[in-house]
Design a protein around this ligand. Structure first.
Ligand SMILES: C[S@@+](CC[C@H](N)C(=O)[O-])C[C@H]1O[C@@H](n2cnc3c(N)ncnc32)[C@H](O)[C@@H]1O
Length: 231
């Protein structure tokens, strides 16, 4: 009868302890339990985000600019009433409240994100913005963190910003936020003809058409306006 130490020695010699952690990680039961726990965590976070809208927020420098400078500015602008926010996630669940007293729409093709959207939410890609509202009805479209985060195809992006152009009124505002470094920059927004139709405008609180946030994701906010014919 081999002793316990002998058995452990034998197993060690066979390399069992090198592969054991890998076996535990990939064992069907262990990965099922892991997945279930992950789903339950996601479900719990989603529930909190939806129920206590805005209770959870993403504490990153780019989000601070969006939530403390950009959103309050438009919330207080009486000329901006109809707002479309493209792309949702747990940290955007409170944006409908931040835009209280406005008409607020959200759009995202991912059905799993619908719970984080507004009451007026469409499960659809940005290119279908016309399904949300009439031509010229929007005062502001915010497309933040979508290029390179699902909106990765150049032609799809052309169609998407074309759709934004159609729903915006002349003089309406478009904000494009993107990471100006790989892996989340499949193309540069400057390559888009649909975006070149908009005129850059200097966003008053930041005194610039482009604001670069100093952190590792190199997040950039660009401010555009649909020109007023003859202006
Ligand atoms: C990183 S999250 C950004 C969420 C939010 N817009 C923000 O302020 O950060 C990217 C979201 O964009 C959505 N998305 C990807 N492609 C899209 C498209 N073509 N139209 C609308 N939303 C899209 C994804 O489903 C995902 O929920």
């Amino acid at each position: 009868m081999p002793s316990k130490f002998h058995l452990i020695y034998q197993l060690a010699m066979m390399g069992a302890f090198d592969v054991l952690p890998q076996m535990v990680k990939t064992h069907g039961l262990v990965s099922r339990v892991g997945n279930r726990m992950r789903h339950k965590t996601v479900a719990a976070v989603s529930h909190v985000a939806k129920t206590y809208n805005g209770a959870l927020y993403q504490d990153t420098p780019d989000r601070l600019v969006l939530e403390n400078v950009v959103i309050p500015y438009y919330q207080l602008d009486p000329d901006v009433r109809n707002i479309v926010f493209v792309g949702c996630d747990w940290y955007t669940a409170g944006y409908e409240r931040l835009f209280a007293h406005k008409k607020f729409w959200t759009i995202d093709p991912d059905i799993a994100k619908a719970g984080f959207g507004a009451a007026r939410h469409q499960i659809a890609p940005m290119r279908n913005l016309a399904a949300l509202m009439a031509e010229g009805q929007a005062d502001l479209v915010v497309c933040n963190g979508v290029i390179g985060w699902g909106l990765n195809d150049h032609d799809e992006a052309e169609a998407s910003f074309e759709a934004a152009w159609r729903i915006l009124r002349p003089g309406g505002h478009l904000i494009v936020g993107f990471n100006d470094r790989p892996p989340h920059i499949p193309f540069h927004p400057d390559e888009l003809a649909a975006l070149a139709r908009f005129e850059p405008f200097s966003f008053e609180p930041l005194a610039a058409h482009e604001h670069r946030v100093a952190h590792e994701l190199c997040h950039v906010y660009r401010f555009y306006r649909k020109p007023v014919a003859g202006a």
